[in-house]
Design a protein. Structure first.
Length: 150
C-alpha cells in the first residue's frame, strides 16, 4: 500500500479492516502525517518569532506517530487507554499549531508567502480525522473495560 493510498483512507473505510491491518495503516498514516507537517514547518520563516511554533509542531506531530507505535504494544486495556490519551493530546496539539499558522497567514504575516493555505487545510483535515479515529478507538476500549468490570 502506498503512502498516498494511506493518506487518502477515511476513517469510515477503516472499519472493514482487521485489527492488525488497521494498526499498520494507522502507524503509516500517522508517520506520513508527521512527515507532511515537517515539510510545512520547513517552510516557516527562519526568525525567532516562528522558531517556537516550528519546534512545537514538529514535536507534537512526530509524537503522534511515535506514541501510536507505543499504543500498538500496550500490555493491557488500561495501558492502551493511557497511551492513546497521549496520542490524542498530541494530535490535538498539532491541530492547534496548524490552526495558529493559518491565523498568521490570514493576518497577512510573513508566513503567507511561505506556506500554501491548501496544504494547511489538508493537514488540518488529516489531524481531525486522526483525532476522531483515536478517540473512537479509546472509547471502544473504555466500553469493553467497563463491560468486563460490570
Amino acid at each position: 500500500m502506498t503512502n498516498q493510498t494511506i493518506w487518502n483512507l477515511k476513517s469510515k473505510n477503516l472499519k472493514s479492516l482487521n485489527q492488525k491491518s488497521m494498526k499498520e495503516i494507522l502507524k503509516n498514516r500517522s508517520k506520513k502525517f508527521a512527515v507532511e507537517v515537517i515539510k510545512v514547518a520547513e517552510q516557516m520563516p527562519n526568525k525567532p518569532t516562528y522558531w517556537a511554533i516550528t519546534n512545537q509542531i514538529i514535536r507534537s506531530s512526530t509524537s503522534v506517530a511515535a506514541n501510536y507505535r507505543a499504543v500498538c504494544r500496550a500490555k493491557s486495556d488500561k495501558d492502551f487507554i493511557s497511551k492513546m490519551g497521549t496520542v490524542i493530546e498530541e494530535a490535538d496539539e498539532t491541530l492547534f499549531w496548524l490552526e495558529l499558522i493559518e491565523d498568521l497567514i490570514n493576518e497577512g504575516l510573513e508566513v503567507k508567502s511561505h506556506i500554501q493555505l491548501n496544504e494547511l487545510k489538508n493537514l488540518q483535515k488529516e489531524a481531525n480525522e486522526l483525532v476522531s479515529i483515536f478517540v473512537a478507538s479509546n472509547l471502544t476500549i473504555k466500553k469493553r473495560l467497563n463491560n468486563q468490570q460490570s
